[in-house]
Design a protein around this ligand. Structure first.
Ligand code: MN
Length: 298
């Protein structure tokens, strides 16, 4: 069995723009190397938005040096970036955006969802890139719920969606730069399961909702993060109530992490260059995209 390294609970929420009330379950400032290649996880909602004609979210901003992975559970998010990537994702869908060398993007509630209002729940995960890939061209993967295989766990324990990596020989659709497992797991109340994971990799469980008891006895009431030691391959889980969790696994990137706002590089010089390149317009802008006015009014 893997040993628990530490757990983390975040008492408060803060707003990202006016669309995303988030808890930061971890950031590279507080958990850095222990969670490599993962840099940050913001859990937005659950939150009920009243109907509005306003555009809720975050306007044009840059990223360089990593990936943003957005998993929507409730609500709808529209995205547009300066590399031409974009789309609308709804419940069960995932957007895997590789900022790499740099882009600017915007993230808003879809106009339809804003006008209807309702329950909103979403996760945004930041995944680091190794130095050799930090300045590669950007890439956008819009992944529909129907493309994500759902594994039924033994003994009616629940279900596991393989977003990235593989589980019991079933591979997920996301293309990743380094080996990564992202599994979206629902466990039924009172059931137990054992996850077999890659020895030597980072391993963490983010309990989004419900109360989970680990094989070692620790009780995790969501939202809460549990980070495991790298040795060992098995994590035993018991659901005290119905549980929704994310498993994050990945090969650690053994490089320095130097971040500044929306840029995560390996060195101070890398950050200074990112600021220069952004200010010089070398990460593009949304006005340059053909059809952007149509998208804006749509
Ligand atoms: Mn962003």
């Amino acid at each position: 069995m893997k040993k628990l390294a530490f757990t983390r609970q975040v008492p408060g929420r803060h707003w990202v723009g006016d669309g995303f009330p988030v808890r930061s379950l971890f950031t590279y400032d507080d958990s850095g190397a222990a969670l490599s290649p993962f840099l940050l996880l913001d859990y937005a909602g659950p939150h009920v938005f009243p109907p509005t004609s306003r555009k809720l979210g975050v306007g044009e901003h840059p990223h360089r040096g990593f990936e943003t992975v957005t998993i929507v559970y409730d609500g709808e998010v529209d995205h547009r970036d300066s590399s031409g990537g974009g789309g609308r994702i709804g419940p069960g869908d995932v957007q895997w955006m590789t900022a790499a060398g740099g882009l600017v993007h915007e993230e808003f509630h879809s106009p339809g969802f804003a006008q209807r209002g309702g329950r909103f729940e979403m996760v945004q995960l930041w995944v680091n890139l190794p130095e050799r890939s930090k300045l590669a061209p950007p890439r956008y993967q819009g992944i529909r719920a129907g493309q994500i295989p759902t594994v039924t766990l033994a003994d009616g324990a629940g279900t596991l969606r393989v977003i990235a990596g593989s589980h019991a020989g079933i591979a997920g659709p996301a293309r990743t730069v380094t080996p990564i497992d992202v599994w979206d797991v629902h466990l039924h109340q009172g059931r137990q399961t054992t996850l077999t994971v890659q020895a030597g990799h980072t391993a963490a469980i983010v309990v989004l909702a419900g109360t989970l008891v680990l094989g070692s006895g620790e009780r995790l009431e969501g939202p809460r993060l549990a980070v495991f030691e790298r040795q060992g391959e098995r994590i035993s889980l018991q659901a005290e109530s119905a549980v929704h969790l994310l498993f994050l696994g990945g090969e650690p990137i053994d490089e320095p992490i130097v971040g500044y706002g929306p840029f995560v590089m390996n060195s101070r010089e890398g950050i200074e260059q990112a600021i220069i390149d952004f200010q010089a317009g070398r990460m593009g802008n949304l006005g340059e995209i053909a059809g952007s006015e149509i998208a804006r009014s749509g």
